[in-house]
Structures are given as structure tokens and as C-alpha cells.
Design a protein around this ligand. Structure first.
Ligand code: FES
Length: 116
């Protein structure tokens, strides 16, 4: 007889909340492996273009601030430099193009800090 305590549910659908610079709020749902990164997820579901360099990690226009630290997601020295250069190097601030769109960000809230 199977033990119900051993059943694992592999959740494959996630949700995030996004607030833009006009304070408009969006609830975005995505599936596992659907988007390469957070910038792509936001841009696909957002009425305006998001991220001038289209995810090359060079412009800094995709800066977002999360409601809590993103765990287990590597932040490079280059990303930190670009955030500093754009005066967006704040606590829990990342370049959306450098954040993986996976279960790590499920149920998190992101504020878009910059617009093109
Ligand atoms: S889109 Fe340019 S740094 Fe992210």
C-alpha cells in the first residue's frame, strides 16, 4: 500500500507579482522552462518593451527590486557594476535579464525600477 507521505508533487506552474514605475500591478504566471529569464517573462506579458539591450546584461534598464532575496541565483561582478553605474544597486535589486525564471522566484513580488 503506497504511503501518502511519500507522494511528491512537482509543481510546474508559478506566479509572480510585478509593479511597474507607474504603480500598475500585473500578476504573471509561467511554466517551468517557459522563459530563459525574468526579463523575458516580464516583456512577454508587459505592454511596453523592457530591457534596452534585450538581455545582454549591458544596459541596466531591466533593474527590478524584489520583496525578498532571490536564493540560489548567481549574481556576477559585472551585474553589480552595472547596477552601481545606474544607481540601482540597492538591497534585493537585480537585473531581470540575469535572474532565472524558475521556482526560485515563485510567489515573489518585483518592482520595475527603470523604464527605457
Ligand atoms: S536588458 Fe539590458 S541589462 Fe538587462
Amino acid at each position: 500500500m503506497p504511503n501518502s507521505n511519500n507522494i511528491q508533487i512537482n509543481k510546474t506552474s508559478y506566479t509572480i507579482n510585478v509593479t511597474d514605475s507607474y504603480n500598475d500591478k500585473f500578476v504573471l504566471s509561467f511554466k517551468k522552462n517557459e522563459y530563459a529569464n525574468l526579463r523575458e517573462l516580464i516583456e512577454e506579458n508587459y505592454p511596453e518593451e523592457f530591457g534596452a539591450c534585450k538581455g545582454k546584461g549591458l544596459c541596466g534598464t531591466c533593474a527590478v527590486r524584489s520583496n525578498k532575496e532571490i536564493k540560489n541565483d548567481f549574481q556576477s561582478a559585472t551585474e553589480i557594476e552595472i547596477l552601481k553605474k545606474n544607481n540601482t544597486n540597492l538591497k534585493n535589486t537585480r537585473l531581470a535579464c540575469q535572474v532565472q525564471a524558475n521556482k526560485t522566484i515563485d510567489k515573489m513580488t518585483f518592482k520595475i525600477l527603470t523604464e527605457e
